[in-house]
Design a protein around this ligand. Structure first.
Ligand SMILES: [Zn+2]
Length: 82
């Protein structure tokens, strides 16, 4: 885990059906970033229900938003440090 800038927290279980999804996040994230189709990755991870797929899919969007915020925060610090 050393060297990884942003630590992403994902709910361990699906809110709707209670299936374990937290352990699949890392694999999912890595494969999607490597260019794999998110739909295929979810299928191969065994997340067939939409409620569970949503857990991982919506998390990608949130992570990106947070990342943007951090980058913007960094830029502002450079301009006006205090
Ligand atoms: Zn579910």
């Amino acid at each position: 885990m050393k060297g990884e800038g942003v630590k992403i927290i994902i709910p361990v279980r699906c809110f709707t059906c209670g299936k374990l999804v937290g352990d699949k996040w890392e694999d999912f994230n890595r494969r999607v970033k490597a260019g794999e189709d998110a739909k295929k990755v979810l299928d191969s991870l065994g997340l067939k229900r939409y409620c569970c797929r949503r857990m991982l899919l919506s998390h990608v969007g949130i992570a990106d938003e947070i990342l943007k915020f951090h980058e913007e925060k960094g830029r502002r610090k450079q301009i006006k440090p205090f």
